[in-house]
Design a protein around this ligand. Structure first.
Ligand code: 5AD
Ligand code: SF4
Length: 474
């Protein structure tokens, strides 16, 4: 299978900028004041990153950005397809816009993101949601100015959903919601085809941004005062394999770690199949790389892992974690994703997941009940266990994890963490709040001049969700 990735050219970007100017002129003509646009984002960090670029383009086109749907002249839902629940929420919220559109026919309602990239969903929008004006897929986000211009000037609805292995668009304007903590996509798409997952079908093939482009954006973020930068990809461990010459993720981390400044590098998501010892060593050695490993294992049972097409065993997963614990010790924080009730999973197999949770000692878990996704291999498998039964399993798992988390919390007493002090605390007037590498919150008493700095903080009292601490005594 040959893969065709399209790198958006400067000429294409200029064409879009010209469309943007036309949108600006048109809306300036149509409205007395700058029109407001509301972008609603569902799902993962990649979607958040896409929305930040959508907002960047909208701002260049003369829109003001608002969180309020009421009063907005443009409403865009950036959707998520990873589970049915996310899709149902989108349908509910889009349905609720019908009245608004009837009262305000000049408003443009647009849908984009992973859901739209599925043919049956696009059909449903076409047939059952006639008040939606513009639908565009994950591969044409950079063409928003053109699509919006068409939607504003043509009386027909616009559906732009090309199939593609993928696109890379550099140099789009971007607006970060929280300037101190931002997402930086380093690659797009996924090649893994885990049997339950829709992502490879809606996001295209793996494609890495050039290391120079990433470094340039990274340096700009640091220069603008950004303190925590999260490198994003569906499987960051396979970053750079498609570049010529190839660059490994560890090399990229070392390169970014060498940049001058006071900041912390985070990354997600790692795939156990591609997670190397070199990566773990790099995490341990690079002082600016957070010692936090989000390494989803999905299931603790080898038969289920195989049926999921995950490409590793429980034993391999544990060997990676043990190596990471060996190198980083107490300061390492591990988090994971788990799917409960994969088709055909038995209760005994589920118990292997529970035992892995106990063995792992994760600081937190993201747990999901399996959700069939049309077009994926798993959706065709027999699934005899009821949703109610799976919910019971999930509750059992969560109870175990609650105990594990509480034990982990208690172990933190007396430990010192490098923390980013991000703002005022909630425990009292003179408390500040700080975040550890593993995203735990420690509150401590201190002056406001410490906000936006990194401090070593010793935990004095672990509470349930936050910890109390004090600045490390020398
Ligand atoms: N059902 C339930 N959970 C899923 N995930 C991905 N696809 C599905 C699905 N069909 C979960 C996985 C993944 C996380 C982002 O979402 O745990 O790691
Ligand atoms: Fe989905 Fe698997 Fe790719 Fe993650 S690695 S996005 S779970 S197919």
């Amino acid at each position: 299978m040959s893969v065709e990735i399209h790198k958006v050219t400067e000429a294409e970007l200029n064409e879009q900028r010209a469309y943007g100017e036309r949108v600006k002129a048109l809306t300036a003509d149509r409205y007395a004041s700058q029109p407001a646009a509301c972008v609603v984002t569902y799902g993962c960090q990649q979607n958040v990153a896409d929305s930040e670029r959508i907002q960047g383009m909208l701002s260049e086109m003369g829109y003001t950005l608002t969180e309020e749907r009421q009063g907005a002249k443009l409403i865009i839902f950036n959707t998520c397809a990873v589970r049915e629940h996310a899709e149902d929420r989108v349908f509910g919220n889009v349905g609720a816009l019908k009245k608004y559109k009837l009262k305000n026919p000049d408003v443009i309602i647009a849908l984009c993101g992973c859901m739209m990239q599925q043919k049956h969903i696009a059909e449903k929008i076409k047939n059952s949601f006639p008040f939606v004006d513009l639908v565009f897929g994950t591969h044409v986000v950079h063409r928003l100015p053109e699509l919006l211009y068409t939607a504003l000037t043509r009386r027909k609805r616009v559906f732009e959903l090309p199939d593609s292995d993928g696109v890379i668009a550099e140099g789009l304007p971007v607006i970060h919601k929280d300037g101190a903590r931002v997402f930086l996509p380093i690659m797009y798409g996924c090649n893994n085809f885990c049997t339950y997952c829709i992502v490879p079908y809606v996001r295209g093939r793996e494609r890495s941004r050039e290391a120079d482009d990433i470094e340039r954006e990274f340096r700009e973020l640091v220069a603008s005062g950004c303190k925590e930068i999260m490198l994003l990809g569906q499987n960051v461990n396979s970053y750079g394999k498609d570049l010529k010459p190839a660059v490994s993720f560890s090399e990229l981390l070392r390169r970014l770690n060498d940049i001058e400044g006071d900041f912390r590098i985070r990354f997600m998501t790692s795939h156990p199949k591609d997670c190397t010892k070199e990566l773990i060593e790099t995490m341990a050695r690079c002082d600016k790389v957070a010692e936090h490993l989000h390494l989803p294992f999905q299931s603790g049972n080898n038969r289920v892992l195989k049926a999921m097409n995950r490409g590793y065993s429980r034993e391999h997963y544990l060997s990676l974690i043990n190596y990471a614990k060996e190198l980083m010790g107490d300061s390492l924080s591990v988090t994971s994703d788990i799917i409960v009730g994969f088709p055909g999973e038995t209760y005994e197999e589920f118990l292997d997941t529970v035992s892995l949770v106990k063995e792992l000692g994760a600081s937190s878990l993201f747990t999901f009940i399996y959700s069939p996704r049309e077009g994926t291999p798993a959706a065709k498998l027999d699934d005899p266990v009821s949703y109610e039964e799976k919910s019971k399993w999930l509750r059992e798992l969560l109870e175990v994890q609650e105990k594990v988390s509480a034990e982990q919390m208690a172990l933190n007493k007396g430990k010192t963490f490098k923390c980013y002090v991000y703002g005022k605390g909630k425990l009292g007037d003179n408390y500040l709040a700080a975040r550890t590498d593993g995203n735990l919150i420690i509150e401590f008493e201190g002056g406001e001049r410490l906000i936006d700095t990194f401090q070593d903080i010793t935990v004095t009292e672990p509470l349930t969700y936050v910890m109390k601490g004090e600045i490390k005594k020398l």
